[in-house]
Design a protein around this ligand. Structure first.
Ligand SMILES: C[S@@+](CC[C@H](N)C(=O)[O-])C[C@H]1O[C@@H](n2cnc3c(N)ncnc32)[C@H](O)[C@@H]1O
Length: 214
């Protein structure tokens, strides 16, 4: 079974259907906006966004994930990305911004910043601070044919560690992760962004813009 550097099981991401992510991004950006998707995985969000009319470039450091992506794709660590061009929108989904590693987060946001056009938008899916108070073992849901359940939740200051258990077709996978509660304004300001607006009522998605100088 192939697993990415961050522990994502490739088979699970091939079974998981889109869950409205592309529509959230599409509603937030101009209809013909070019989109750079950071951490695209197997294209679960990439493909519906492309079908909505956007030019997509997908970025991931997993060749096994990118083998399934039908849009132009670049296999590289996000922090090392340097395409020499900008996009109308940069998408950083899947809570990647909540990485426990401050240096990784800074590198991802710096990559997003240098690939964003002056009037472009950074679109982020994150775990808002409230999630760190309410996440609990046993919480579960069904997405397509995949049952997703949170287990082994442990809190340590700003960090929350847990295991996600996936099951489908009589098989099971799991992914351990640790994520960090963030002070959003500080995180954005130090990466030369400014908060723009919430994109969903649950505050799981937001847009930011490049900070204007002067
Ligand atoms: C949880 S999966 C989500 C994939 C996709 N966004 C989706 O929603 O289906 C996270 C993906 O981000 C990629 N990833 C995580 N950190 C990365 C990094 N620093 N550089 C490149 N890819 C990264 C992983 O390889 C994995 O494919």
């Amino acid at each position: 079974m192939e697993v990415t550097t961050d522990g994502s099981p490739v088979e699970v991401y091939l079974l998981l259907p889109p869950n409205g992510e592309a529509e959230i991004v599409h509603a937030a950006v101009p209809p013909d906006a070019s989109v750079l998707e950071l951490g695209s995985g197997a294209g679960r969000v990439t493909h519906p966004l492309a079908e909505l009319g956007h030019e997509l470039v997908a970025v991931d450091d997993s060749p096994a994930m990118l083998a399934h992506v039908r849009s132009p794709a670049v296999c590289v660590r996000i922090g090392d990305l340097d395409l020499g061009r900008t996009f109308d929108a940069v998408l950083l989904g899947s809570h990647l911004i909540n990485t426990e590693q401050d240096a990784d987060r800074q590198a991802m946001l710096a990559a997003a910043r240098r690939h964003l056009s002056p009037d472009g938008q950074l679109i982020v899916e994150w775990h808002p601070p409230e999630w760190f108070d309410t996440a609990a073992s046993g919480q579960g849901r069904l997405l397509g044919e995949v049952t997703i359940e949170l287990a082994d939740v442990v809190r340590d200051g700003d960090l929350l560690s847990a295991t996600v258990r996936y099951s489908a077709r009589g098989r099971a996978w799991h992914q351990e992760f640790t994520c960090r509660r963030l002070a959003l304004d500080h995180v954005l300001t130090s990466a030369d962004f400014v908060f723009d607006r919430w994109l969903t009522p649950d505050h799981m998605w937001f847009a930011a813009r490049a900070r204007r100088k002067g």
